[in-house]
Ligand binder design. Structure first.
Ligand code: SAH
Length: 394
């Protein structure tokens, strides 16, 4: 066997055999030998009965101690291996989309644990979110080069999850140079995004289909785009004929990008931006008796760990209650939750309770998640983290 071995404790092989891609540190025989293995290196995972099960990337310092990359025990994890996985991910996206703007790699679901890559034509933005993918950096950049010959490769290694893996926070350009925002086309509208200073990789591709759905309902409507970032929802609604959009976010950069995109698309007259706390904006607008044909609320995760579940769920209820009075009769509320440990039913219950608190009734038009460039791993339900509910209110 080419790679060092790690051994599961007796009875701990069931989940792995059932297709789950992770081994937790308490499921392993963490002897001195295992603890001494360098983090991020490939290992062969054995059952307690000494049967080889998979090749995984190991990190003795993380709760997720091993992330499976392949069940083929003879595989070599190198640039060629990475390129095959990237090519498979690329083939799927090329079937799905006409234009080269999408999430190219969605971590475990694409067989590359902890690796996220968003593609903006010839600019690729990567997040190496596990020790294993961080070690594979040069293999990944090399494989991307062979496959797509990108002009620019940015490493946005500043996501908080890296801390759980014992990795530094950094933003670095691995190839090429960037000077300022770059264009992105989604659902036929061009946006300007900032892959270096913007949030995450610069854009939230996960909401693509939900934005298109909301845009279908937008003709002649007024739209309140709460937690708008760069107004992905609001500007697509404007392009589809909304007469007025108010985008609210506390990020000045997000709102500046929204304004720049609006200018570029001839939509500036219909976009107003407010740098404000979303709840403060909701109070202000309600006090002012404003009504909108469409309200979109796409907040950051209110639940970041299991112990935040209860207060976080109350947060979603409070948000729905505050949005309720601002939605016109027969108007639309699109409300999203990106917290991976909130199940969709729990979210839907809280939103409905919040709407009832506000004295509103209505119908649920759509329950949806992220678009298909964010596949989820069937054994990791939390990888289907996004829930977006669209209601029409009486
Ligand atoms: N709707 C956006 C993505 C939103 S991400 C899109 O379609 O692209 C969540 C946003 O909430 C971030 O832009 C963040 O700046 C903003 N945010 C976080 N807390 C906030 C608060 N208390 N008030 C207003 N905006 C907030």
């Amino acid at each position: 066997m080419r790679y060092p071995s790690i051994h599961l404790l007796p009875g701990q092989d069931r989940r792995l055999r059932a297709g789950h891609p992770w081994v937790y540190s308490n499921e392993l025989r963490m002897d001195a030998e295992a603890k001494a293995l360098p983090s991020g290196e490939p290992v062969c995972v054995f059952s307690a009965e000494r049967k080889p099960l998979a090749i995984a990337l190991f990190n003795p310092h993380s709760l997720i101690a091993a992330r499976v990359v392949t069940r083929n025990k003879d595989a070599t994890i190198d640039a060629v291996f990475v390129e095959r996985r990237l090519a498979r991910a690329l083939r799927l996206r090329e079937r799905l989309f006409d234009r080269p703007y999408y999430r190219l790699v969605h971590a475990e679901a694409d067989g590359l644990p902890g690796l996220v890559i968003d593609r903006y034509a010839d600019v690729l933005v990567c997040q190496l979110n596990s020790a294993g993918t961080a070690k594979l950096e040069s293999a990944i950049v090399e494989a991307l080069d062979r496959l797509l010959a990108p002009r620019v490769v940015v490493l946005r290694n500043d996501s908080p999850v890296r801390e759980l893996e014992g990795l530094d926070q950094e933003v670095r350009i691995a190839k090429g140079t960037l000077d300022g925002p770059i264009p992105l086309i989604e659902n036929d509208l061009t946006f300007l995004i900032d892959p270096l200073d913007g949030q995450k990789t610069g854009w939230y591709y996960d909401q693509r289909e939900n934005r298109a759905f909301v845009a279908r309902l937008a003709r002649d409507q007024s739209v309140l785009d709460l937690y708008s970032y760069s107004a992905g929802f609001g500007l697509q609604a404007a392009a589809a004929g909304a007469k007025r959009v108010l985008a609210v976010d506390r990020s000045q950069l997000g709102l500046d990008l929204a304004a720049a995109s609006a200018e570029r698309g001839g939509l500036a007259e219909r976009l107003e931006v407010a740098r404000e706390d979303a709840f403060a904006a909701l109070d202000r607008l309600a006090a002012d008796k404003q009504r909108f044909g469409i309200v979109v609320a796409d907040p950051p995760a209110f639940v970041r760990s299991k112990k935040e579940l209860k207060p976080g769920l109350r947060g979603y209820r409070k948000l729905a209650r505050a949005c309720g009075p601002l939605v016109a009769e027969e108007g639309i509320l699109a409300i999203a939750c990106c917290a991976h440990n909130v199940p969709e039913d729990a979210f839907a219950d809280e939103v409905w309770r919040g709407l009832r608190d506000a004295g509103r009734g209505g119908r649920l038009l759509r329950r949806a998640g992220a678009g298909p460039d964010h596949p989820s791993h069937p054994a990791l339900p939390e990888s289907a983290y996004l829930k977006c509910l669209v209601y029409t209110l009486d």
